[in-house]
Design a protein around this ligand. Structure first.
Ligand code: GSH
Length: 325
């Protein structure tokens, strides 16, 4: 495991630990926006117009943040417009690699690179950065547009609507304030909360992550008893951001990250809600339990030193959800 320092790959410890043994996530560094006409977005430079075939995503099927971008590519009918490469699930001393696995990891189709850090080096030969997925790459300018999933999904939500004719809106103007509020709670206590619990290196760091995590789970279980989705009747980005954590929860976070007060399958409303999202058209094809389970248990030897892959439950994700009936 490592990161780029002034353009060179340097190995160092996997987790970012702040004071008190708490895990601290670093901000993403490439923050440009694709827009319909190439005008600048909320951050970064202009010049990234939505065009079919111009952009490429590098993802890990294990990673919940990269998973969001794959879901939006599928929901918005962008499969024929944005190409994708999948990294190998094992992330060891060279970080993410383009080793093939005979399955979805088929190498780097653009440059035939061995390692994802080489893509970051192409974008910025002097970069000092962690080398994370997802990466949204511009084939025309040969640079990284963005490596921040929260922003990539907002670009995919609307920038290509003129090309695809798909105007489904998961970030509707009238719900934005409420979505931001829910996103903030879910990001802090769940999406990132599972990592804070799992990477904690002191009891107090674990305790301070696990308590709010299950408070949020309890709140969601209650909320979803009277609301079909987080924002009520309308499915929004808040649901998809929650889904990528829920779908990994019983398979990985429950055991590997010690988030084991309950499983999602113990919570009837949350479990049915998670199944509804899993069964949403074209979403199941974005979920790969093999890469999910392998990546965390095999790569994170600070958490699982013997790299033993547990047997895991196999819940029926195809069971009827009966939500909205
Ligand atoms: N803020 C980023 C976080 C992405 C992220 O942390 N990805 C993880 C995989 S789940 C990664 O690539 N980690 C490698 C590293 O930190 O060196 C986003 O949401 O896009």
């Amino acid at each position: 495991m490592g990161q780029l320092i002034n353009g060179d790959w340097k190995t160092e410890k996997l987790v970012n630990l702040g004071k008190d043994g708490k895990f601290v996530r670093k901000d993403s560094g490439f923050r440009n926006w694709i827009t319909p006409d190439g005008s600048a977005g909320p951050s970064g430079d202009s010049g990234f117009a939505a065009e079919s075939g111009r952009y490429h995503l590098y993802v890990s099927l294990a990673c919940p943040w990269a998973h969001r971008t794959l879901i939006f590519r599928a929901l918005k009918g962008l499969e024929d417009h944005i190409t994708v490469d999948v990294v190998h699930p094992d992330m060891l001393e060279n970080g993410w690699t383009f080793q093939t696995d005979g399955g979805p990891a088929q190498g780097d189709s653009l440059f035939n690179s061995k390692f994802l850090y080489q893509i970051y080096q192409k974008a910025d030969p002097d970069a000092t950065t962690r080398v994370t997925v997802p990466v949204l790459w511009d084939k025309q300018k040969n640079c990284i547009v963005s490596n921040e999933s929260a922003e990539i999904i907002r670009m995919l939500n609307s920038a290509f609507d003129g090309i695809t004719g798909n105007t489904q809106d998961f970030w509707p103007t009238d719900l934005r304030e409420g979505i931001e509020e829910v996103n903030a709670r879910i990001y802090t206590t769940l999406n990132n909360g599972v990592y804070k619990a799992g990477f904690a290196s002191s009891q107090s760091a674990y305790d301070s992550a696990i308590t709010p995590l299950f408070e949020t789970i309890d709140w969601l279980e209650d909320h979803l008893s009277t609301h079909r989705y987080l924002m009520g009747d309308r499915l929004t980005e808040a649901d998809w951001r929650l889904f990528t954590t829920l779908v990994r929860f019983d398979a990985v976070y429950h055991t590997h990250f010690k988030c084991n007060r309950n499983r999602i399958t113990d919570m009837p409303n949350l479990w049915a809600y998670a199944r509804e999202l899993f069964q949403w058209p074209s979403v199941e094809q974005t979920v790969h339990f093999g890469h999910i389970v392998r990546h965390y248990h095999y790569s994170q030897d600070n958490v699982n030193p013997h790299r033993i892959i547990p047997i895991n439950p196999s819940p029926d994700w195809h069971k009827a959800h009966k939500r909205g009936t």
